[in-house]
Design a protein. Structure first.
Length: 71
């Protein structure tokens, strides 16, 4: 009886592992979820904003360099 119980437990564990792997494969096939896509878009927007800010700062820096007085 103990060996039967042990085998049943092993079979149940293997079923759970198989089911878990099937769910992982399903997620991979579906691609990124909506939450992930929102995060990606938000980060892309942040990158674009930072690039615009950097370009503006470079212009300011360049214009200030013209008026730099060396002593």
């Amino acid at each position: 009886m103990a060996s039967e119980r042990k085998v049943r437990m092993e079979v149940d564990d293997l079923r759970q592992q198989l089911q878990s792997r099937g769910q992982d494969a399903e997620r991979k096939r579906r691609g990124p979820d909506e939450e992930t896509l929102r995060k990606i878009r938000r980060l892309e927007d942040t990158i674009a904003e930072l690039q615009r800010s950097l370009a503006a700062q470079k212009q300011v820096s360049k214009s200030l360099q013209q008026y730099t007085v060396y002593i």
